[in-house]
Design a protein. Structure first.
Lengths: 113, 116
């Protein structure tokens, strides 16, 4: 069964600190992996997309890594800001279904001043 | 450049009522998806349209759920005889082209449905 597991489930850090969110997946065949940011009451917004051959991709203070051998990805947030408070969802494309997407449950990140 | 919009943003229904949720995709987008997102969970696929054709409805949880996109633009998700387990956020997403591995989906803000 295609699955995407994220950890931690929730995380609280102080403004200005860094943090790393984890994503492990068992999706086959694998096409690409995306990280989304979902603010409370809003739809998910894409941060990064990585294919099999990409190890690292950055988007401002967000850096995603992918190890296709171990089927792990991480999202590193540098110098966190209050506006980073949101849920971060890991999504893997490649499995069955019309959209071919398997969503993780997300990590709920809270940045405290 | 308006994004995907959904209405209403919040809906409270009594158990047994019918509800209709509307999605306005980005103009010209071919693909349209509906997802159900329970509290604290990731979105779960419900159904997919390519233009006006509903190509996949395998995620619809029961025959009480019905979706349409008659003119290939606006879509409506209808839930008949709502049950408490239908309470969730219903997300709509659109994509400019047909299905493809790198096609990005643009999500709407969702409709939060609460069934009492």
């Amino acid at each position: 069964k295609n699955q995407v597991e994220q950890s931690p489930q929730s995380l609280i850090i102080l403004e200005g600190k860094n943090c790393t969110l984890q994503c492990n997946y068992t999706v086959s065949p694998f096409s690409n992996l995306r990280w989304y940011k979902q603010d409370t009451g809003r739809g998910p917004v894409s941060l990064t997309i990585m294919t099999f051959s990409e190890n690292t991709k950055s988007n401002g203070r967000y850096t995603a890594t992918l190890d296709a051998d171990t089927k792990q990805s991480s999202l590193h947030i540098t110098a966190s800001q209050l506006s980073d408070s949101a849920s971060y969802i890991c999504v893997v494309r490649g499995g069955g279904g019309a959209d071919g997407l398997t969503f993780g449950k997300g990590t709920h990140l809270i940045i405290q001043p | 450049g308006a994004g995907v919009s959904q209405s209403p943003r919040y809906k409270v229904a009594k158990r047994g009522q019918d509800v209709a949720l509307r999605c306005d995709p980005i103009s010209g987008h071919v693909s349209l998806f509906w997802y159900q997102q329970a509290l604290g969970q990731g979105p779960e696929f419900l159904t997919y349209f390519q233009n006006e054709a509903q190509l996949d409805k395998s995620g619809l949880p029961s025959d009480r759920f019905f979706a349409e996109r008659p003119e290939g633009s606006v879509s409506t998700l209808k839930i008949q005889r709502t049950q408490q387990e239908d309470s969730a956020v219903y997300l709509c997403a659109s994509s400019p082209v047909g299905l493809g591995p790198y096609n990005e989906q643009f999500f709407g803000p969702g409709t939060r449905l609460t069934v009492l």
